[in-house]
Design a protein around this ligand. Sequence first.
Ligand code: ADE
Length: 272
Amino acid sequence: MRFDVFTLLPDVFPPYLESSILQRARQRGLIDVRIHNIRDWATDRHHVTDDEPYGGGGGMVMKPEPVFAAVESLRASLDKRLGTMPEPVPSSSLPGLTARAGGAGCPVILLTPQGRVFNQKIALQLAAHPHLALICGRYEGMDERIREYLVTDEISIGDYVLTGGELPALVLIDAIARLLPGVLGDPDGAADDSHAAGLLEYPHYTRPPEFRGWRVPDILLSGDHAKIAKWRREQSLLRTLKRRPDLLKNALLSEADLTILNQIEKDKGDSQ
Ligand code: ADE
């Protein structure tokens, strides 16, 4: 899978991409991450990429020209090879982001606190694309024409504001890459993740069986795989109920899960 990242801070990417799992995935050709410096497409003498906001107010705004030029140069090079980038559609003519993100081409995603909030489901959907373009915002904001006429999707990594879209872009790359076949050492590695089936993951333990007097639950040492699987499912449900009950309404739950949840609620009621 290929990622093209457009940023004003290209130097922040290599340290993370050259570490551990992502480095191995790149070396094995499972992911190809290309970092583009938006400043390279600023045509004036000083390579200026920001300007004052029309209408006044604090902060600077990212200029449209270099961002359009950067993404369009990628689009042109791909068109020559494959013809894969979708034509941008003005967002004002469409009902919402879902429609803008549609189409078989390469999504052009703006990382912004105003985007739809990233989660595991979105990571899975994006992992199905062979190619993503990610634009990292900086300054107080981007010229609105970038949103309207260049990007096909806008994603936030949470309801807080960072100084730019670089960390969010790395978050997306990391969450998506680990879902691709062969990236994690264990082929089932991503299947049990917290959020994979809409639940938080069960607790993990490793050796020693006792540490400072705290014992690993006996069941995990029993060797009874059916019982261990059942215990893990219960723990996963219990944890989700306690910490993130909001997740349960969208989780894939079996009859057995519902029985367990009812029992937990009943036990809670009895002990009150
Ligand atoms: N840029 C600044 N804050 C952000 C956030 N929370 N998500 C995505 N991009 C951002």
